[in-house]
Design a protein around this ligand. Structure first.
Ligand code: CLF
Ligand code: SF4
Length: 302
């Protein structure tokens, strides 16, 4: 019998805990922190800690080389049978560290080909790497898109670094916006499942998120994840220090509901760290710190 397009997509997401709400009860993901540098500045970021996804201030991810990361992945895949996805999500931007990021993916594709590869990026450099992404069979890419209007972008991004030049103000926001739109198109053309993460920042982009949702849907994104800004002052971000508040759960839900008529919304995101290990909402990263996993033998069946 024929499989419909829908069924095919269901198969592609069935074991991905972020792309499938059902899967997150049964399947786990791990992140490896191999990407320290970033090519843009978000006002909600604190470089001392992790990327936008960080929810526990004050705990820095342990940076790994690609070889260390691959060793770690193979150890963990042997110990946690529900482990299906390897994500690279920071602590900087994976595509601002392309050598480390792709070497890590390459090693895993070679040694544990049944682990799904997942990449999370701000999109500034993605159009340049779409062929490598496709070649490595990376089927899940998350773009963090917080605006589709550079006038709003200037309030979120003080600068970007692009083609060895630093840009600020509206020029920076315009370039980032254009590259993010190109990224969406490139992923669509390559038939790679694209999730968009948007950080909801009250008074800055909250009213604008339905427009972001409309544009990303039109450009073929598969899933939209609107996440709350974490603005606790101890988090130490520009927004936090300037008294910017995060949305209340009610405000967050209202915006998610406003967008949900149009496309699938992710509502089970747990805002993970760049070295998270386990089921969503579970953090087993401390079981696999460098001093521990380097002494463990990969049990994974090669
Ligand atoms: Fe990691 Fe992100 Fe891949 Fe998931 S996390 S790179 S898509 S495997 Fe998931 Fe964590 Fe939310 Fe990210 S719960 S922060 S959405
Ligand atoms: Fe920080 Fe991530 Fe933004 Fe880079 S893309 S500045 S690491 S939040």
């Amino acid at each position: 019998s024929e499989t419909t397009v829908d069924e095919k997509i269901q198969q592609r997401i069935a074991k991905h805990p972020c792309y499938s709400e059902e899967a997150h009860h049964h399947y786990a993901r791990m992140h490896v922190a191999v990407a320290p540098a970033c090519n843009i500045q978000c006002n909600y970021c604190n470089r001392k800690y992790d990327c936008a996804n960080e929810s526990r201030p004050g705990v820095v991810s342990e940076l790994l080389t690609p070889e260390e990361a691959a060793h770690k992945v193979l150890v963990i895949a042997g110990k946690i049978p529900q482990m299906t996805v390897l994500g690279i999500a920071g602590p900087g931007d994976p595509l601002a560290n392309p050598k480390h990021t792709f070497r890590t993916f390459e090693l895993i594709a070679e040694k544990a080909p049944d682990i799904k590869l997942c990449l999370s990026t701000n999109g500034l450099m993605l159009p340049d790497y779409i062929d490598q992404i496709k070649q490595l069979n990376i089927d899940h890419v998350t773009l963090t898109i917080n605006m589709v209007d550079p006038e709003i972008g200037v309030k979120i991004y003080p600068w970007i670094r692009y083609n060895r030049k630093r840009y600020t103000g509206i020029e920076a926001a315009k370039i980032l916006h254009e590259r993010q739109m190109e990224s969406l198109e490139a992923l669509k053309a390559a038939d790679i499942l694209c999730k968009v993460n948007s950080v909801m920042i009250p008074g800055i982009n909250d009213q604008h998120l339905p427009e972001v949702n409309r544009v990303i849907r039109e450009k073929g994104a598969f899933l939209h994840n609107i996440m709350p800004l974490i603005s606790a002052p101890e988090h130490g971000t520009y927004f936090g220090l300037n008294g910017q508040r995060g949305p209340t759960p009610k405000e967050l839900k209202a915006v998610q509901d406003q967008c949900s008529g149009n496309m699938k919304m992710m509502r089970h995101c747990r805002q993970c760290r760049a070295d998270a290990v386990g089921l969503l909402g579970e953090d087993r990263s401390q079981e696999f710190t460098k001093d521990k996993f380097l002494d463990m033998t990969p049990e994974y069946n090669l």
